[in-house]
Design a binder for this molecule. Structure first.
Ligand SMILES: [Zn+2]
Length: 360
């Protein structure tokens, strides 16, 4: 159980190059137009065709078809009820596969890692974050930090790997305290695959990936991207004596009772457990969208009866929108410990470091 819990969202990865949810489809469409050799172009086309068809049929609906989360949720619901206006029932599954590939490819193309001295470095903001975690987990007080993230990408994972304290994804109970950092990826991750027999989630650690597929021509590159999600089928990962499915485990942030979230529930219950006993909660780059009912429930159930909390600090550059959402979320017991700062992720890190500086 961690004394300090960080909650990070899309705003944190935006600084590493990832588009925000509202810009995601525009960025993917731009890639489709600009990159003539784009792999999986047919998947991109299939997704945009399905969105256009949905737009045509549902011109008066409330669906926000410019927002990837809303589109993902609509497609997923279409799969469950076997009905997606404008797309035939038998094609819904392939539209969803296409959407996962579009998300993976867009994140791979937009999040690039700087290369210096023949070595791949994390993006500066995540490098500072991993450095802060290492400082907080100092010799005197180990294992005091854990991270809950809403992001699928690997920018944080790479930074932790680089700092020699890789992520423990909390997918199983076996951990090595003090070595790995608990990282709960609530909506899945580009480096997670499903066992093709039982459906359990099997993570592919960055370290194992780079050993198997070293990035070529490092000495000649300034930036590189990690194509890990497209190599899952050659990962050699096994479970139940079988291989894994070829596409990464990424789920829309909507409540879904269909069993689709199999495996992720372990991550969620761990996150609720961490929230239940944290003394300090720092949120950055997560805007708590009105539609994110799932996180509201998780937080409410995880923080019931909470009285020990010392700090609940939220950092976001959009104070007008985000501050009232969090004020509404938190219970009266926490209100006195709530603080909001109009800051980006990279700006928040030194503030948190300063707060704990006297302990070092
Ligand atoms: Zn299995």
């Amino acid at each position: 159980m961690s004394e300090i819990v960080f909650i990070v969202g899309a705003g944190a990865s935006r600084e590493a190059g990832a588009p925000l949810m509202a810009d995601f489809l525009d960025t993917a469409d731009e890639l489709r137009k600009v990159d003539k050799d784009l792999e999986f172009r047919s998947d991109f086309d299939r997704v945009f065709d399905a969105i256009s068809a949905l737009q045509f049929v549902h011109s008066k609906s409330e669906l926000d078809l410019d927002n990837i989360e809303s589109v993902f949720a609509a497609f997923e619901m279409g799969r469950v009820i076997n009905r997606l206006p404008g797309t035939s029932g038998k094609d819904i599954a392939s539209v969803l596969v296409g959407l996962r590939r579009l998300i993976s490819k867009t994140l791979e193309k937009t999040i690039t890692f700087p290369v210096r001295d023949g070595q791949i470095h994390p993006h500066p903001s995540y490098e500072s974050f991993a450095g802060l975690i290492n400082s907080l987990n100092n010799a005197v007080r180990q294992n005091r930090c854990s991270i809950i993230t809403l992001n699928y990408d690997l920018a944080l994972d790479y930074a932790l790997h680089f700092h020699k304290h890789p992520a423990d994804y909390c997918l199983s109970k076996v951990t090595r305290p003090g070595f790995k950092i608990p990282v709960m990826k609530l909506h899945g991750s580009l480096n997670w695959a499903r066992c093709s027999k039982c459906g359990e989630i099997v993570p592919w650690d960055i370290d194992a990936f780079l050993q198997k597929f070293p990035v070529p021509f490092l000495e000649k590159s300034e930036f590189v991207s990690l194509d890990l999600p497209f190599r899952l089928s050659s990962s050699g990962l096994t479970h139940c004596g079988e291989g894994v499915e070829p596409d990464p485990v990424i789920a829309p942030p909507t409540w879904n009772r269909t069993g689709y979230h199999r495996g992720l529930s372990k991550v969620w219950s761990r996150a609720a457990w961490e929230l239940s006993d944290a003394e300090n909660i720092f949120v950055s780059g997560y805007s708590l969208a009105e539609s994110d009912v799932f996180f509201r429930y998780l937080f409410a159930l995880g923080s019931v009866g909470k009285t020990r909390i010392k700090r609940f600090w939220v950092f976001d550059p959009d104070e007008e929108t985000v501050r009232p959402r969090f004020e509404k979320l938190i219970g009266s017991a926490i209100k006195g410990r709530f603080r909001f700062r109009d800051m980006k992720f990279s700006e928040a890190l030194p503030v948190i470091r300063q707060e704990f500086l006297s302990e070092y």
